[in-house]
Design a protein around this ligand. Sequence first.
Ligand code: HMG
Length: 388
Amino acid sequence: MEIGIDKIGFYTPSYYVDMAELAEARGVEPGKFLQGLGQSKMAVPPISQDPVTMACNAAQDILTDEDKMAIDYVIVGTESGIDQSKAAAIYVHDLLDINPYARCIEMKEACYGATAGLQSAVNHVARHPESKALVIASDIARYGLESSGESTQGAGAVALLITTNPRIAQINDDAVYYTGDIMDFWRPNYSDTAKVDGHYSTVKYLDYLDKVWQAFKEKNQLALEDLQAVCFHLPYTKMGLKALRQLLPEATDDQAESLQAHFENSRYYNRYVGNIYTGSLYLSLLSLLDQDSQLQAGDRIGLYSYGSGAVAEFYSLTLMPGYQDHLAKADHEAMLANRNRLSVADYETMFSQTLNVDGSKQELAAEADVAFQLVGLDQHKRLYSRRQ
Ligand code: HMG
């Protein structure tokens, strides 16, 4: 039975800061952000977008009424959750009008959460082939103004509909995963910004890639030449380039060139959005599928998922015949093109806005052209609106 990705949706907030301007404001060479990190723009969420609204905004365009009736498992992968108890997936389930006879949970392990969600969804659909599962990765990456990680922030969500007979890609049963208790990046409950040992985190990312890549090849008796492209978790796109370069000594010259060309397509959207934590790998996959005209049905794509703390996984998917007909490239490009550019001062103001924590009523401004947004708070309860 083939199980995999039937549809993919994407959302990123309608504001961004230009990385060259941010570099200038921070007194660093623009080349450091543009080439050194491989980032051109960074998405900035207004206070009215949170992991719930971004998840809904990513999923709404891909779901038909029939999908909503068939979905009986909703998983939101996030590490920027809004509640320590209630799952973001419950709000999403309600706002999207999904079948009430559904399981709804939140999945957390830093940037790895959505991959755990996706594999859990595949197992669920394998056991209940008539059902569909909705997995949404939704995150706001926050390190703080003028912090060491500031240039690697971002915000957005990617929604994946997991079904039998998927129209985009089959998820192969070949995953290899690895866990180790390390302090490379974490966020204590009392902090709304991440703590990070930046350079150590990049070393561990590559170290864990080696562990799961070697084990993946051995377990599945596969080699790099069996993969037409590889997508990586992209906290910033240069990180993926380093990961690719770590694999390339195993490639022939021709294959190395081809893998590099595919990689450029796989980092295109991420370069303009920034880190969306657990959605970054899936944004990279979407970028590859939308932007790459050389791929074809039957091609096998490797995926490297890394979540600090840390859990890593390497698995693959295989493209389905006609997968190109089920993508919304023009919509994704329009979403990125139609965003509002913020000055660094306006970005700082937006970044510093806060929600009331004393239970008093707060009303937020309406956002133009967005289906789901947070409209306020009352007695510690979030109030959402849905524009049809
Ligand atoms: P930094 O100290 O600001 O930058 O830290 P740097 O000095 O390392 O420079 C970055 C690159 O720019 C270097 O290239 C420089 O040479 C180059 P590299 O040597 O790495 O190839 N550079 C220039 N290039 C061109 N022109 C110039 C120029 N100047 C310098 N003029 C760091 C960078 C990424 C560490 C920092 O931004 C940070 O801490 N970010 C957050 C942590 C992070 O993203 N870690 C990635 C791995 S862990 C992970 O992916 C998990 C994560 O997503 C969280 C989760 O799981 O939830 C983060």
